[in-house]
Design a protein around this ligand. Structure first.
Ligand SMILES: [Mg+2]
Length: 278
């Protein structure tokens, strides 16, 4: 990654789409994903669903939901979906903010760029996190997992395409920031540019090989490039780079200080084995 690559890409888009778990926070930092996955598997057992052996040790609750969606019993899919939505809402209370994640959101808005979240987590959990972190006014739309239809999760491009339609921005003038192969694949299919956030070194080569436009090891360079863009927008009288009409005032004056007080430490020391997929 070259900082100039990040700035060049961000200077060439009119909207920023963020995956949630990874670029914004580690949602399962305090309520581990593998515990939730085990709870979902247990729920399936209680309903006498014949769970394949590979799910017995699943570390990712989305993997359990995705498998459940391949069964024919929609009632069971709804049960698992409801349990996962509830668990995600609980997890939000102990989620760990990603270093520079907040700064990226605030600085993008200051630079006149709309910010959306496109997540495989439930919209309710994402919105609860944004509210708890005073970010609600900066992010719209919030597109979460389609209820009990796990086949519509990324890498399905549909939620990404929906976000760019709602923002009325051409796909090629939008960028998705994500930390998984699902994000890269979904963005490619939607015709959206993609910045891959490799929050573990092992992901760097994988994301390069998958064809991400830019791969970063930290959200810091995005924040820096967006702050520079915001300063440029300020110096040309607030109209930014032709984005005057989509620039909305920041709601919270505390958010005006975009740049980082937090270090570039890992937000979550625990391994997340299925991060590459979700
Ligand atoms: Mg993610």
């Amino acid at each position: 990654m070259n900082a100039n690559d990040v700035a060049a890409l961000l200077n060439s888009v009119d909207a920023v789409l963020l995956d949630f778990d990874g670029p914004v926070c580690s949602i399962f930092a305090g309520y581990p994903a593998h515990d939730i996955a085990a709870e979902l598997v247990e729920l399936l057992h209680r309903h006498e669903v014949d769970v394949p052996s590979h799910l017995a040790g699943a570390r990712d609750p989305l993997e359990v939901l995705r498998w459940t969606g391949t069964t024919t019993d929609q009632r069971i899919t709804r049960l698992v979906e409801d349990a996962l939505c509830e668990a995600e809402r609980r997890a939000v209370a102990t989620a760990a903010p990603t270093p520079y994640g907040r700064e990226v959101i605030v600085a993008a808005r200051q630079a006149g760029l709309p910010v959306a979240v496109v997540s495989n987590n439930s919209a309710g959990a994402v919105s609860a996190y944004l509210a708890a972190h005073r970010l609600t006014g900066h992010v719209s739309p919030v597109i979460g997992r389609a209820y009990a239809e796990p086949e519509r999760m990324k890498p399905n491009p549909e939620p990404i395409s929906r976000a760019v339609r709602m923002l009325d921005v051409p796909p090629a003038r939008s960028v998705l920031v994500g930390d998984s192969l699902s994000d890269i694949e979904g963005a490619h299919a939607a015709g959206v540019r993609v910045i891959a956030y490799a929050n573990r070194p092992a992901k760097l080569d994988t994301f390069q090989a998958a064809g991400a436009d830019v791969v970063v090891a930290s959200m810091g360079p995005l924040a820096e490039a967006l702050v520079a863009g915001a300063e440029q927008a300020e110096s040309v009288g607030g109209s930014g780079r032709g984005r005057g009409d989509i620039r909305a005032p920041l709601r919270d004056s505390e958010d005006q200080a975009a740049l980082p007080e937090n270090g570039d430490r890992p937000a979550d020391g625990s391994p997340r084995d299925t991060e590459l997929l979700h």
